[in-house]
Every structure is written in C-alpha cells, then in structure tokens.
Design a protein around this ligand. Structure first.
Ligand code: NCD
Ligand code: ZN
Length: 345
C-alpha cells in the first residue's frame, strides 16, 4: 500500500500550554487533527468552567486562520471542585471531560487529588450526567516503584472506584502496561488511550548508552513486553483503545538538566510515526479505527467527515530536530526509525 485515506483524526489527550508555547505548538496539531482533548494542567490549573472558557478563547485566538480545529475542554479535578460548576460546564457543551491527577503524579499536578473521598461528590455527579473522567493512572506513594505505579493504581484506586461507581465512564489515559491493556479489556465502562511514543520506545531507550531526557515522559515507558501489549491493543481495531498523543512540550533547557521535566513532543510527527508502526504490524487497515473512529464513539461524538491522505514516499520524511517557539526550542520526538509516510501528500 502506498497511500491511505482515512477520516481526519482527533487527539484524545493533548498538552497545548499557554502564551508563546501555545502559539508555537498548536499549528502542528491543528494542521492534522480536527479536535483534541485539551489537558488542564496549566499553572495555575484550569479548575472552573470560567477558567476553561477563558483558556478556550486563548486557544482559538492562537489558531492559524486557515485551520479548523475544535478544542475539547477539560477541568482539572481538585478536592474543592464544585459539582454544580462541572454540571453547568458539561450542559453548556464546553466541558467534554474532567481530569483526575493524583497529587504529585506528573507535571503541574500538585493541586491534584490526595484524598479521593473528597472528590466523591463530583464523581457521583459526573456518573449521573454521563460526563467521562480522564484518569492519570499512577499512584504516587514513595514506597511504590515508579515502574509499578500503573499496576498498583489499577488494583488500589481504579478497581475500588469502579466498584463504587460502576456507571462512571472512565478513560484510562496513556496506558503503558500489559496490566492496563488487560484491565481495560476486561472491565465495563472504561476505555484506554495510547500515545504514539509508548508504541515505539521502551525503558531501554531512556537509559541505555546514556540518559536520554527527550524519551522521559510520565507514565514512564516500561519494559518491552508492555510495549508489545500496547502495540497489539492499538492495532487490533478494538473500540476500547484509541489515540491520545500526550504530546507534552517543554523547552529544551527544562528537559536537559539535572531534574528534567517529563513529556515528549510528538504533535509534529505523530501521524507519520503511527503509519509506520501500523504498517510494520500489518495493520494499516486499523489506523482509522485507532486515530479517527474509536475516540469519537467513546465520547458520543460523530467521527469527522473530512478525510486526510497519508502517502508513502520513496524518501524518508524529514522532521526538524527542534521547533522554535516564542519560549525557546522544543525537541521533536525521535522515533529512531525513519518514516516514509507523509500526511496530505
Ligand atoms: C505531561 C506534561 O508535561 O504536562 N507530561 C508527560 O510526561 N506526559 C503531563 C502528563 O500527562 O503526565
Ligand atoms: Zn498528558
């Protein structure tokens, strides 16, 4: 196959940041993707419907005129979040989901949830009105090894929550383990997003032959068997799995230092990388399900009507090592392979 036409994809987990960084990274997403779930972990976080209204306006103001793009806004769940505000945001159509960060789990998550009991009134209201909860599924207690955080979260937080509120719709975001895949497969009312980079790298890529900060993200990439489980889930066509790139830009000085930030910037080359990955697994026919169909079905939205075409070129497609933003350079995710697939060729 040398060309593939699919419905225009959506990104069900994206960090756009704010200000100069927002202006620098948004066009790479909006030129390919029709919609994206926008993560609320700004400083300060997007906590109320009023915050999300203002943030959405800043995103639309940064959008290149020629692009059509719909940001799907989320609220950052805190122990003080008002159920009425969440319901109002959802009913107005502004809020697509609420995001749960366990406190301390990742970048800008210090206002996240410490005591889940305090979040129950909001979660109960969400279950009642059918608003999905997006979960960063990692425990943060120091006694749990960072490579086990996801599996322990499933057993000690997610499963009890599902038992207590079975009607709550849960998107388990950026799953990184076979345990995550199995859990999503065997449970009702739960879906899983998978990033592009977790289909490509394992933990060796971060640590062998020198420490490579641009492969450091959270949840951290795990051992090879987990990457293979993610590949199998993503390329299976199973409706429970879909793309959430978790493209998470940080300027290079904040990654290349003694205590570097977590996040891989993949917006620019995600589709090119995914076509390569799906072709490698003889699954190009499932790329549309993963990137364009399963996500909208889960969120109760229509798939996009527009189409995009991916063309396989003779020569590899070149991407810059870094993009420039008004805040400084951001290194582009290096998939190690060279993809020959170009979007919109
Ligand atoms: C994200 C970020 O930088 O905001 N980082 C990351 O490694 N994925 C936060 C997150 O989604 O965990
Ligand atoms: Zn993220």
């Amino acid at each position: 196959m040398t060309s593939l036409t699919i419905r225009r994809p959506d990104d069900w987990h994206l960090h756009l940041r704010d200000g100069a960084m927002l202006a620098g990274v948004l066009p790479y997403t909006s030129r390919h993707f029709a919609r994206a779930i926008i993560m609320p972990n700004l400083v300060p976080p997007v906590v109320t419907t009023a915050d999300a209204t203002a943030y959405r306006a800043r995103i639309m103001a940064a959008l290149p005129e020629a692009h059509t793009f719909e940001p799907l806004m989320t609220l950052y769940l805190t122990e003080g979040t008002s159920p009425d505000d969440v319901e109002e945001g959802a009913k107005s159509g502004l809020i697509t989901a609420v995001k749960l960060y366990p406190a301390g789990a990742t970048t800008n998550s210090h206002s996240g949830v410490r005591n889940f009991e305090n979040a129950m009134p909001v979660l109960e209201r969400m279950a009642k009105i059918g608003l999905p909860l997006c979960i960063h599924g990692e425990v943060t207690t120091p006694d749990v090894d960072i490579f086990d955080r996801e599996a322990v979260f499933i057993a000690t937080v997610l499963e009890p929550l599902k038992k207590r509120l079975p009607e709550l719709k849960v998107t388990m975001e950026h799953i990184t383990t076979e345990d995550g895949v199995d859990y999503v497969n065997q449970s009702d009312n739960i879906a899983g997003t998978i990033t592009t980079h977790h289909l490509i790298i394992n933990r060796n890529n971060i640590l062998v032959g020198g420490i490579r900060p641009h492969y450091y993200c959270l949840p951290v990439a795990k051992r090879e068997k987990h990457r293979l489980a993610l590949r199998k889930a993503a390329t299976s066509g199973n409706k429970k799995f879909f793309l959430g790139t978790d493209s998470a830009p940080h300027v290079d000085p904040l990654k290349e230092c003694a205590c570097g930030c977590a996040g891989c910037f993949t917006a620019i080359n995600t589709l090119s990388c995914l076509a390569h990955v799906f072709e490698e697994d003889n699954a190009l026919g499932q790329l549309e399900a993963f990137a364009s169909l399963n996500g909208p079905a889960w969120y109760g939205l229509q798939p996009n009507v527009e189409k995009i075409t991916l063309v396989k070129r003779d020569a590899p497609i070149e991407f810059p090592d870094q993009i420039e933003t008004g805040d400084g350079p951001v290194t582009v995710f290096d998939p190690i392979f060279k993809s020959h697939w170009e979007v919109g060729g």
